[in-house]
Design a protein around this ligand. Structure first.
Ligand SMILES: C=C1C[C@]23C[C@@]1(O)CC[C@H]2[C@@]12CC[C@H](O)[C@@](C)(C(=O)O1)[C@H]2[C@@H]3C(=O)O
Ligand SMILES: O=C(O)CCC(=O)C(=O)O
Ligand SMILES: [Fe+2]
Length: 344
């Protein structure tokens, strides 16, 4: 793992976003510079429920049903699970990781200003009003609408093409297709994902969490729930992801063979609160940087999200109304409210 000195002098070619400066300006008012109030709490490390997806493709009906039942109970009790035999090759994931590192090594001024990948670059938490809302990370939150367009890649055409030089086999395209195929096979109804969440409405989020030695207990990503149907996450082996379980933060033990799946807000609403969109966060690492890739299955902004059964817990709302409400709340308070805004 390459150790980048956090004190790297800010020059025109540095790849680091000015996290130290922004954090400093946000926290100089705080009486006590504390990002996470759980300093003293001992965090237990857990293994997420493990699902072998090959059982979903078994000839044996009982095995398929048992696998679907395990997905359903994990989605209800944890809101998270990890899957093996998911069908995305380790080579492709390795290629994605290499491209991701190349992307983040670009000079910060290029990442922040040249509109790369649909102008999807973000760092820190620009709308943070206090150090508690600050995220020690940078990300490209890429809408997949135009992922095969040349303009989207600027100087990084290597991201656009696969190792065979073909767009159709580009790493981003293939990862996105594989994730969509996986989500269809993972026991969820085709109607929910097959038609509603298609290529043009999903997002790929590339995360980089620089090592952070200025403050222990620094948020790499502030506590949140995902504003989507389902998230498929590929993380490296550094660790740092934590989720809320029985009112306590629990650290997720990385598993090199597995992808992580978590329920998003829209799936919780659609399931009438049976499946849970669980709060999670990332804690920055004091010694090494960390990378992850998240694939967000989202419907179009005009898709109506209703409950799969009556009486419904939530009123019907479109994904656009949901996103707009989240953005208004974050703009006003720095915090996302999400589903509680739509309770009947
Ligand atoms: C899944 C996501 C929801 C989020 C953007 C993200 O891709 C990852 C971080 C989330 C977060 C956390 C802090 C804020 O509440 C938020 C608005 C943000 O800027 O990043 C949410 C995003 C969201 O809910 O849209
Ligand atoms: O990096 C991780 O492990 C989680 C990232 C995440 O929660 C997100 O991008 O929504
Ligand atoms: Fe998330």
């Amino acid at each position: 793992m390459y150790l980048r000195p956090i004190t790297e002098k800010m020059t025109d070619t540095t790849s680091h976003p000015p996290l130290v400066d922004q954090y400093g300006s946000l926290s100089h008012n705080a009486s006590q510079i504390q990002c996470d109030g759980n300093r003293s709490q001992v965090i237990e490390e857990c293994e997420l429920p493990l699902i072998d997806l090959s059982y979903l493709r078994s000839q044996d009906e009982k095995k398929r049903q048992a696998c679907a039942a395990a997905i359903a109970s994990a989605s209800s009790e944890w809101g998270f699970f990890q899957v093996v035999n998911h069908g995305i090759s380790p080579n492709l994931l390795g290629e994605m990781r290499k491209e991701q590192m190349k992307l983040f090594e670009l000079p910060f001024k290029n990442k922040a200003s040249c509109g790369l990948l649909n102008d999807s670059y973000r760092w820190g938490n620009p709308r943070a009003t206090s150090a508690k809302q600050f995220s020690w990370s940078e990300a490209f939150h890429i809408p997949l609408t135009m992922i095969s367009e040349e303009a989207c890649y600027g100087e990084l055409s290597s991201l656009r093409y696969g190792s065979d030089g073909e767009i159709r086999n580009s790493n981003v395209q293939t990862c996105s297709n594989s994730c969509r195929r996986f989500s269809r096979e993972s026991g969820t109804s085709r109607r929910v994902f097959g038609e509603v969440c298609n290529e043009s409405t999903c997002f790929l989020r590339l995360n980089r969490y620089p090592q952070c030695s200025i403050q222990p207990e620094m948020f790499g990503l502030v506590p949140h729930t995902d504003s989507d149907f389902l998230t498929i996450l590929y993380q490296d082996q550094v660790g740092g992801l934590q989720l809320m379980k029985d009112s306590k933060w629990v650290a997720v033990k990385p598993n090199p063979q597995a992808l992580i799946v978590n329920i998003g807000d829209l799936f919780q609403a659609w399931s009438n609160d049976i499946y849970k969109s669980v709060e999670h966060k990332v804690m920055a690492n004091e010694k090494v940087e960390r990378y992850s890739i998240a694939y967000f299955l989202c419907p179009s902004y005009d898709s109506l999200v209703g409950s799969c059964m009556e009486p419904s817990v939530y009123k019907k709302f479109t994904f656009g109304e949901f996103r707009k409400q989240v953005q208004e709340d974050v703009k006003k308070t720095g915090h996302k409210v999400g589903l509680p805004r739509f309770l009947l």
